[in-house]
Write a protein that binds this ligand. Structure first.
Ligand SMILES: NC(=O)c1ccc[n+]([C@@H]2O[C@H](COP(=O)([O-])OP(=O)(O)OC[C@H]3O[C@@H](n4cnc5c(N)ncnc54)[C@H](OP(=O)(O)O)[C@@H]3O)[C@@H](O)[C@H]2O)c1
Length: 330
């Protein structure tokens, strides 16, 4: 389907955030730990040419400069203007102390080569020891924590909105209990919570909570993150990934789509946002081709029934943290 028609169909799923800002439901994930800057540069360039207008970035991905170079090229070429893009970045755990927040945001802005972000998220509720190291370790190789309360971090994020450095702020990997603590004091309410969400971890309860509070739930690892987390459970012979689920494969064949397209369409049609990552140009394009078909109510039900509440990313290094997010039911 022609890119401009696909874009119009994609726009129907846009979310409207604070100040009327539109957030496209499908974005490109840029966490590419095994790939280099050139791959990320090419992925972003291909994605925007293919119709993506939402880029999901983070300081910890250590590739915001590569993303920024691609954005610059796309603007110079005349493909887009800055305003056409919805750019998200995330505050890393070592920068939760309120006096560090603005400088972290500024670093991401400089690396991305933009004057403002559309969305800035607290990456995790758990703070780590402040300093140069993203993963500060003690002599036993254990991550050193900091006891900064994310509610205090939130107030510093609000100041960045006041200053015009970011249009919207939100959370990532926050439980409903943790979001509620922010809602209780927020001058500027969280607009989004980005969490792991895919066929096997459908997050119904958290999704309901977010909907009630006008918070967009952004699904990370929406394809079930093949190869990303290396969870031992996924290495066993019996493990069936989201992309290999027989019913998904069957549905894909019947609809002349790929399993990845079925998984992404399922999430978007449920009313969430999703940020699949690929550095392979053909897959980047494939993952955007999900607006030219629909899943029927029966097909949605069939996919809903495949939920297993199976979490891949449990952030084992922080299980002892006082704000460890997965202690809450949802
Ligand atoms: N907030 C957080 O804490 C957090 C945590 C994790 C991720 N994220 C965000 O979410 C994004 C996506 O998550 P993710 O990378 O963990 O998982 P994902 O998007 O579910 O899966 C990415 C994997 O799927 C492969 N893939 C992509 N398209 C495919 C297709 N059409 N068919 C088959 N395989 C395909 C990719 O390989 P190739 O690249 O080789 O195609 C890559 O190995 C990240 O990039 C990041 O932006 C956020």
């Amino acid at each position: 389907m022609r890119r401009d028609i696909l874009e119009v169909m994609a726009n129907k799923f846009d979310f409207t955030l604070r100040g009327g800002l539109k957030m496209p439901a499908l974005g490109l994930g840029t966490y590419a730990p095994k790939e280099g800057d050139d791959d990320v540069f090419n992925a972003v360039h291909t994605a925007v040419k293919a119709g993506y207008r939402n880029l999901d970035c983070a300081a910890i991905y250590r590739n915001e400069r590569a993303v920024g170079s691609a954005i610059k090229k796309l603007i110079v070429e005349g493909t887009i203007q800055r305003e056409d893009l919805f750019i998200t970045s995330k505050l890393w755990n070592t920068c939760h102390r309120p006096d560090l927040v603005r400088a972290s945001l500024k670093k991401s802005l400089d690396d991305l080569g933009v004057k403002y972000l559309d969305l800035y998220l607290i990456h995790w509720p758990m703070a780590y020891k402040e300093g140069e190291e993203f993963m500060p370790l003690d002599e036993n190789g254990k991550v050193i924590f900091s006891d900064v309360d994310y509610v205090d971090t939130w107030k510093a994020l609000e100041d960045c909105v006041d200053e015009g450095l970011v249009r919207n702020i939100g959370c990532s990997n926050f439980s409903s209990v943790q979001i509620q603590r922010i809602l209780d004091v927020a001058r500027i309410r969280p607009q989004a919570n980005q969490v792991e969400c895919h066929l096997h971890l459908q997050q119904d309860k958290l999704f309901d909570f977010c909907k009630k509070n006008n918070i967009v739930l952004i699904a990370y690892s929406p394809l079930g993150a093949p190869g990303t987390f290396g969870d031992p459970k996924t290495k066993s012979e019996e493990y069936v990934s989201c992309l290999q689920e027989p019913k998904v494969v069957e549905l894909a064949k019947a609809k002349n789509k790929t399993p990845a397209q079925i998984l992404l369409r399922f999430i978007i049609q449920r009313g969430l946002s999703a940020v699949p990552k690929s550095v392979k140009p053909e897959r980047v394009v494939e993952n955007f081709q999900i607006f030219d078909f629909e899943l029927s109510e029966e097909e949605m039900e069939l996919l809903r029934a495949l939920n297993k509440d199976f979490r891949l990313n449990i952030e084992t290094v922080a299980v002892d943290h006082k704000y460890y997010t997965f202690n809450d039911a949802f």
